[in-house]
Design a protein around this ligand. Sequence first.
Ligand code: HEM
Length: 392
Amino acid sequence: MSDLAPLDESITLQQLDEDPYPIYQRLRNEAPVLRVKATGRTMLTKAEDTKYVKDNPELFSSDDPNTPMKRAFQAHTLMRKDGEAHMRERMAMAPAFSPKVIRTDWMPQYMRVAEEYVARLPRGEIVDLFPALSGPYAARGLGILLGIEEASDDDLQRWSQTLIDAAGNFGWRDEPFEKSDTANAEMNTLFDSLHERHLAEPNNSALSVMLNADDPIETTQIYSNIKIAIGGGINEPRDALNTILFGLLTNPDQLRQVKQQDDWERAFEEGVRWVAPIQVSSRLVMEDTEIRGFHIPKGDTVMTIQASANRDEDRYEDGESFQVYRERQSHQAFGNGPHFCQGTHVARRAVAHVMLPMLFDRFPDMTIPDLDDVIWRGFGFRGPTQIPVKLQ
Ligand code: HEM
């Protein structure tokens, strides 16, 4: 039998949180299949391998009982289901994400929200766009799409972060779960209170289409999948927007060309390739198998590092740099296979079609006065946690 992949005991979670990219660059060259003690996972850093794993759900299941996700969400969400069970729940929410509904229902509302949120930004001052714009804009958009507009931007962002913290609580400490239990109770109360409205006035929001379906899925699953969208639909558009702003503002030549050619969608695609908002995913190995000649035993958990796949030298020239006008190439920021991100189109439109052109139209000469003030963080999810911009 082939050998197990090498074991690494030196990489720390802190290093990965601060800046995983130099580590991934080294691993792609030296140890693309590596058992990493700190993560308890076999980490895969090459684009071919991450795609292969996600495209083969029979061999690599999403239903990994070793993650704290079930405990965090108090439910088995669609992200951790396979096959028919997954598809049934994904399809229940699908009408809310259809391209037509995005165009007719969501984009006019996103436009109105963007106008309001951009208008309240002060001109001539240095403002951290994370709390002032990106976070609230992502939260409001999601509230509208899910049909839970009654939740405030602050509540949505707090619930989202609380769910993420608990789902990533691999040390199984009590405190993150106590907080997520409170958030779950608050969300359940809100969702209960919205039944009447959505039944009386059916609409295209995710909650409404699921409640009004001919053959609805269980209410507990409706709630847990709304929660999955809260946990996984705010930070990514927020981080994508902040990342793209950083990329464009630190590359004025590219920004000039993007403005001239109205290439916001291209800038969006390059931003999420460069720093993938969801950097890693986990899959449970269902049968003994091999990757790159290494034995991968049944029961192991492999971690696909799409952040690394998106900079793989086999696919991208100088993948470490932000280059809007690089040769067009697909990326893995939205995943692959049956769990491919359901929010791809809405996120792309919200950021690239609505917010970026509007923001640069109102503040054409924005700058980042001090690059040292931009703080990047995150291993599982990544983006600037602080991005002070001079609005002019
Ligand atoms: C730039 C923005 C976004 C990025 C980069 C992103 C990325 C991803 C990725 C990588 C996955 C797959 C995870 C896996 O394979 O385990 C995923 C799944 C998902 N995303 Fe997104 N996402 C974004 C925005 C959104 C938004 C705005 C929503 C909701 C409105 C959303 C809803 C979902 C849902 C429901 C899933 C689970 C799909 C399934 O399991 O079938 N995403 N996303």
